[in-house]
Design a protein around this ligand. Structure first.
Ligand code: TXA
Ligand code: MG
Length: 339
């Protein structure tokens, strides 16, 4: 199958493909999503196949207008309404109990709940509106790989397996949306993202973290959080934010004849440039927003080296605010290993 890349002007062609049950990846502010008609179970099945995704991991339904929720959820409560007013369109996914039979079990993983999001990207809002259907949109990567933040990442993983990709440039947030469960009494974050716990609490009061995010031991409530994720082929090891023991780590690798890559802010890359085999500057000066935006591109860059490295040492941040999401993804990529 040829995978076509659609510019803004060719969006009508992408629309037709989606209406005909084909798969088209779309840009959002977070990462690229793999789009299919959420009301067409045969199309949705193809999404799992293309990604190699376990079938018990439910999908997010992307809508272009909050009013589109009503068809699935019925009346939307006060808490949800406040969140929608504040954060939609934007990087916040909300989980509701749905009216039985309104979405196929292929979309929901046979759960009584479903995830919804209104993405903040004009091209994709237009795509959903023109298609006239809600679109499922898991991140458009091969299952287990870092999520895609550019057309070339999507093309790398899925070319030949999907009908097209709508080109919206590089995504601005760079990490997947915050997933907030509203289906039980206590609003609970299942996956941290750019909409932080503090930002949510300013709007709706106390918000909890899924116990899995705190202890790392209990079963996560978002099925997708239990899988190995974000992992490049190369070994990633974290450098503690307090210790900053880059030199020690580089020396340890060199002693055992390993080639070293660094994933860190510009200053650190420059400081060790003559001792390392590859470097990716996550940010100019260690700013968290920029580091988040570039994290997945950075992780992927080490898999594409003509001369691969054996280990990548990566910059960490104190786990608070935006850095909670960054650390959640990076720790998974590193299998929680610190130097
Ligand atoms: O930013 C994003 O959310 C991107 C863009 C494309 O919108 N999408 C995305 O989708 O990250 P995906 O499928 O890679 O992640 C969806 C997460 C998974 O961890 C999944 O298990 C969880 O949401 N999820 C979906 N429905 C759920 C439900 N009913 N209950 C609990 N977790 C759910
Ligand atoms: Mg994903």
């Amino acid at each position: 199958m040829e995978t076509k890349i659609f510019s803004e002007k060719e969006i009508e062609e992408a629309t037709q493909l989606l209406r005909n049950g084909k798969l088209v990846a779309f840009p959002t502010e977070t990462v690229y999503g793999l789009g299919a008609d959420a009301l067409n179970p045969e199309a949705v099945k193809q999404v799992y196949l293309a990604k190699g995704r376990p079938s018990d991991n439910p999908l997010i339904v992307h809508i272009a207008d909050p009013k589109d929720l009503v068809a699935f959820v019925g009346s939307v409560g006060e808490t949800a309404q406040k969140l929608i007013r504040h954060f939609w369109p934007g990087p916040l996914t909300l989980i509701f109990t749905i009216n039985p039979g309104t979405l196929s079990g292929v979309v929901t993983g046979n759960l009584p709940t479903a995830a919804f999001r209104m993405p903040n990207h004009p091209l994709t809002l237009e795509l959903i509106e023109r298609t006239g259907r809600p679109l499922v949109g898991p991140s458009a990567n091969t299952s287990g790989k870092p999520s895609p933040t550019s057309v070339s990442h999507v093309f790398h993983d899925l070319s030949g397996k999907i009908s097209g990709i709508v080109d919206g440039g590089i995504t601005t947030v760079g990490l997947e949306s915050t997933v907030l469960d509203l289906s039980s009494g206590q609003p609970t974050i299942l996956r941290p993202g750019a909409v932080t716990k503090e930002a949510l609490e300013q709007v709706i009061g106390p918000v909890a973290y899924d116990n899995h995010l705190i202890t790392g031991t209990t079963q996560p409530k978002a099925p997708g959080m239990k899988y190995k994720h974000y992992a490049p082929n190369v070994t990633v090891i974290l450098i503690d934010v307090e210790k900053q023991n880059w030199q020690e780590a580089i020396d340890a690798a060199k002693v055992s004849g390993k080639k070293v890559g660094l994933l860190a802010q510009e200053k650190i890359i420059q400081q060790y440039a003559d001792q390392i085999d590859a470097g990716y500057a996550l940010s100019q000066t260690g700013e968290i927003g920029e580091s988040m935006q570039r994290l997945f591109d950075g992780l992927r860059s080490f898999d594409d080296l003509s001369s691969p490295v054996d280990v990548v040492y990566a910059e960490t941040f104190k786990e608070e605010g935006l850095a909670t999401a960054y650390m959640n993804r990076l720790k998974k990529a590193a299998n929680h290993r610190f130097f």
